[in-house]
Ligand binder design. Structure first.
Ligand SMILES: *[C@@H]1O[C@H](CO)[C@@H](O)[C@H](O)[C@H]1NC(C)=O
Ligand SMILES: *[C@@H]1O[C@H](CO)[C@@H](O)[C@H](O)[C@H]1NC(C)=O
Ligand SMILES: *[C@@H]1O[C@H](CO)[C@@H](O)[C@H](O)[C@H]1NC(C)=O
Length: 241
């Protein structure tokens, strides 16, 4: 009995402790925040979960959306320079969403829904195909600040990474935020990769459709896609199986 009461007290202390770590959700974060080019943006125009497809933004950039009730969504489109061969940049498109918390010490913790995140990685000089996979990465932002940008005169969000390094500045783009549904979009499926039996697919005819699902491919942890990828230099590269 004493042990049980002690255990109850201890768990009570643990709960209090856990609650004390979390601060109220910050209202100043609510909205969609985009990097300067303002063409990479969260929401259905970036990632289409029904057709499993990314739409390539006009420019590289990043975007974060936050809701008043604790949900976030993020979109990344990055060209990764290749110092060995400047003509061979790698391309990376990432999307994820989930819940976020503000800690009492001012840090933000982003906890993605692990099965929902997606990444498209393209390294044309090393691999024949772009690689489409699940993606999840919990994030800790050590701190953040919302201010009025002195030059652009619009609200600006500065996020500082876990090590204190600043992310590129983000500017208020939309409020209410532009987001996909905040619930789980892709319930967990466990299947074997379908790379071996994937069939040749159709190439998309419009450039903004980045990748089409390979016909006949089953959902899996890793998909291989046909498609086109526009490099940072603007040339169109075709990848076939
Ligand atoms: C989440 O990411 C980790 C690290 O990359 C990986 O090991 C894990 O399998 C992923 N989870 C899901 C559900 O995709
Ligand atoms: C706040 O606490 C978290 C979790 O303990 C820690 O990772 C983070 O670095 C802390 N932030 C600051 C600003 O100290
Ligand atoms: C960014 O794009 C959104 C949607 O297209 C637009 O409403 C907003 O005004 C833009 N913001 C800036 C700073 O150009």
């Amino acid at each position: 009995m004493v042990a049980r009461i002690a255990a109850l007290l201890l768990s009570g202390v643990a709960i209090l402790h856990a609650q004390a770590q979390t601060a109220p959700l910050p209202a100043d974060l609510v909205g969609t925040w985009n990097s300067k080019a303002n063409s990479t943006c969260t929401g259905p125009d970036f990632y289409d979960p029904v057709n499993e497809k990314f739409t390539e933004p006009k420019h590289t950039g990043i975007s974060y959306s936050f809701t008043a009730d604790g949900f976030f969504e993020e979109a990344y489109y990055r060209a990764v320079a290749n110092p060995q061969n400047p003509k061979c940049p790698k391309g990376m498109i990432q999307w994820q969403h989930g819940k976020f918390e503000k800690l009492t010490n001012g840090s933000l913790v982003l906890k993605p829904i692990k099965v929902d995140g997606r990444q498209l990685f393209s390294d044309p000089c090393s691999y024949k195909n772009a690689v489409y996979t699940r993606y999840n990465a919990s994030e800790l932002f050590k701190s953040y600040e919302v201010m009025i940008d002195p030059y652009h005169k619009i609200p600006r969000l500065n996020l500082y990474k876990w090590d204190g390094a600043p992310l590129m500045p983000l500017y208020a783009a939309m409020n209410p935020p532009k987001m996909l549904p905040t619930t789980t979009l892709n319930p967990l499926v466990t299947q074997t990769p379908a790379t071996k039996n994937a069939k040749r697919g159709e190439l998309p005819t419009v450039h903004e459709v980045l990748f089409k699902r390979t016909p006949g491919a089953v959902r899996a942890d890793q998909w291989w896609w046909f498609g086109i990828f526009m490099t940072a230099g603007g040339s169109v590269l075709y990848y076939f199986f």
